[in-house]
Design a protein around this ligand. Structure first.
Ligand code: NAD
Length: 371
């Protein structure tokens, strides 16, 4: 089994899918490792840290004899063309994004695993890249908010008088939202949070934050939220408007898998916010939770600063890569024995994550949406 890694070429991507620790572990399972020079450099792993790896000067040479290709981002069409026919590919492949990419993968009979599709069952937690990267994103949102806030996060008692802590509202308390709550709490802010899933209340409170109750509960399938009805949206908006108006910082992370992010913070709500308040909209990548968010930009409306940061895990590439690489190792290692890849296609986690196989797109939800 030859496992290959090339440098990530997507703009702004600093993560890598193989770190020295997982390279050692794959090698111990009998895999040969081949890597493009400096492929770990953006995450601050040097070639000399990868003792078990053979280096190739470029991507074509790294991929040339690959059986298994590890990636963070989806390959470009040229990168797919450089993959050997029949190779296995794993990464965060944005499975719903591009028909063209699926066609290219199928034309080369690539077996592709998209980690976004991984079933979120207990057994698969150690492989869950959305969770590991979501934790990085939530942490980064807390730091962006604290760095941009014109107030202290903690309460301060000084000789000049006492400073009240900043008020933070986190909307969407999934993996990323909970990490944002924890980060803002550690910095001393007064944190409130809201989510439509019933289970979120207890999780929010266990972090010492206050749950904002809007009376709307919308649990969907697979432990995710479902889209709200028009009446539910109105009920939510009424209660949230007050909480948003009282906040110095709003961090929003609400998402529905495979759909545009729900718009929760309207233009009107921004108009009622405090002057100088901050919104960090983590959902910017999928359209934004705030009506005024511009993905990748910082906009100011009514003296409110609205940040729509993209690819937050890439801002802390060393730890984001370490966690991601471990997710990949945990997914793949059960199927590598004596240096060979033998995948059990009946395994629930494998079957749920496979996107393309034998020249066809096999994932039901992706086929339904992309045809
Ligand atoms: P996500 O990124 O899809 O969504 C983020 C959050 O937004 C979710 O908590 C969702 O409920 C919330 N949301 C959606 N619409 C909303 C709205 N209109 N208003 C407010 N909030 C809204 O979700 P995620 O963070 O990836 O995870 C979702 C759930 O799956 C969590 O409960 C998490 O604990 C669970 N999970 C389970 C496993 C596992 O068992 N293997 C792994 C990871 C996550």
């Amino acid at each position: 089994l030859t496992l290959a890694l090339a440098r990530e070429r997507a703009e702004g991507e600093c993560r890598t899918a193989l770190v020295p620790e997982t390279a050692k572990k794959f090698s111990a399972l009998g895999a040969r490792l081949r890597m493009e020079q400096s492929a770990g450099a953006q995450s601050h792993f040097l070639d000399t840290d990868y003792a078990e790896v053979d280096f190739a000067p470029g991507l074509p040479e790294a991929y040339a004899s690959a059986d298994l290709i590890l990636r963070v981002t989806p390959p470009s069409l040229d990168e797919v063309a450089a993959m050997p026919e029949g190779a296995v590919l794993i990464g965060l492949l944005k499975p719903f994004e591009s028909r063209e990419r699926l066609a290219a993968l199928n034309a080369r009979k690539i077996t592709a695993f998209a980690l976004e599709l991984l079933p979120r069952i207990s057994r698969a937690q150690s492989m869950d890249a959305l969770s590991s990267q979501g934790a990085c994103s939530g942490y980064q949102c807390g730091l962006i908010a604290a760095a941009r806030c014109t107030k202290f996060f903690p309460m301060l008692t000084t000789a000049a008088g006492t400073i009240r802590p900043a008020r933070v509202l986190v909307i969407g308390a999934g993996v990323a939202g909970l990490q944002a709550i924890a980060t803002c709490k550690r910095l001393g802010a007064m944190v409130e949070a809201y989510d439509v899933r019933a289970a979120a209340k207890e999780q929010i409170e266990s972090l010492g934050a206050k749950f904002v109750d809007t009376g709307v509960s919308a649990d969907g399938s697979g432990g995710y939220a479902r889209e709200l009805t028009a009446e539910e949206k109105a009920a939510q908006a009424e209660r949230l408007t007050k909480a948003i108006a009282a906040a110095d910082v709003v961090i929003s992370t609400a998402a529905i898998p495979g759909k545009r992010a729900p718009v929760i913070i309207t233009r009107d709500m921004v108009g009622r916010m405090k002057y100088g308040a901050i919104i960090v909209d983590m959902a910017a990548e999928s359209g934004g939770n705030c009506e005024l968010t511009q993905p990748g930009e910082h906009v100011i409306a009514n003296d409110v600063n609205i940040h729509g940061p993209l690819n937050l895990p890439s801002r802390m590439p060393t730890h984001a890569s370490e966690l991601y690489a471990k997710n990949l190792y945990n997914f793949l290692s059960p199927w590598i024995k004596d240096g060979e890849l033998r995948i059990d296609w009946d395994d629930e986690v494998v079957a749920g994550t496979v996107l393309c196989r034998d020249g066809a797109t096999v994932h039901t939800a992706v086929r339904q949406i992309l045809g």
